[in-house]
Design a protein around this ligand. Structure first.
Ligand SMILES: C[S@@+](CC[C@H](N)C(=O)[O-])C[C@H]1O[C@@H](n2cnc3c(N)ncnc32)[C@H](O)[C@@H]1O
Length: 228
């Protein structure tokens, strides 16, 4: 498959900011307790279903992968940016991080027990989100769960600098209804939504933040009844 054009600029931008982005990640989600709660719920769901490993897609420096690992979840990270993957590997040498794109994953059908996309779809042009969500549906095992975090709203900004560097990066705010609709169209079932207000430190630049839990329908292999 020919690479989608926007991926090159996203990759180059995150290669440029990889080290400085990682320095700004707050430890243990200390300013995002609601987000942290959704990760805990997701970890528990994937452990109950036990349908395969969890991929943290667009993992950045790997802090969500590591947080999942701390719950005993078998998790690995994938990111588009080689420099970002290098930072994740240096920061968490005991965990697996690979280069790849969520638009065209090098993973077999139905092999993941869970997917986290933590603010990693925010650079995908909205018209290409169906491509990404179709990949999520393809690689999830029946019963596997998705947790997606994103900036709630309806706007687009083009950044020419961030984290102290010049770059070229588009950021999209999306309404939770629109994301939920696209997930449903891809065949996923949306089970839960959390929309929170910006914290004091996020104001006035950030608005509401959204977290959606969705699931690929079907009976998980190794479900609770079978294991009882
Ligand atoms: C805003 S950062 C979020 C990183 C991390 N999940 C976090 O919460 O800090 C977006 C990340 O998604 C990655 N990304 C964007 N598009 C991607 C794609 N198509 N496939 C894989 N990673 C992608 C970027 O390289 C970047 O590391």
């Amino acid at each position: 498959m020919t690479e989608l054009a926007y991926l090159a600029t996203v990759r180059e931008s995150y290669d440029t900011v990889a080290v400085d982005y990682a320095k700004l990640v707050p430890p243990a989600f200390e300013d995002d307790l609601y987000g942290r709660a959704m990760i805990s719920a997701f970890a528990e769901l994937t452990q109950v279903v036990d349908a395969g490993p969890v991929a943290d897609l667009g993992c950045g420096p790997g802090h969500v992968t590591a947080h999942l690992h701390s719950f005993g979840v078998t998790a690995f990270g994938i990111d588009l940016s080689p420099e970002t993957v290098a930072v994740a590997r240096r920061t968490h040498p005991d965990l697996q991080f690979d280069e790849g794109s969520m638009t065209d994953l090098d993973l077999a059908d139905g092999t993941l027990g869970g997917i986290v996309a933590w603010y990693s779809t925010v650079h995908t042009p909205p018209e290409l989100l169906p491509v990404v969500f179709a990949e999520f549906h393809r690689v999830l095992a029946p019963g596997g769960h998705l947790l997606i975090a994103f900036k709630a709203g309806d706007k687009h900004r083009h950044l020419e600098n961030a984290y102290g560097h010049e770059l070229s990066l588009d950021v999209y705010w999306m309404s939770p209804d629109r994301i939920a609709g696209l997930l449903s169209q891809s065949g996923l079932v949306v089970d839960a939504r959390l929309i929170r207000e910006p914290t004091e430190t996020e104001k006035p630049r950030q608005g509401q933040q959204a977290y959606l839990l969705a699931r690929k329908p079907g009976k998980p292999v190794g479900d609770l009844e079978a294991r009882a």
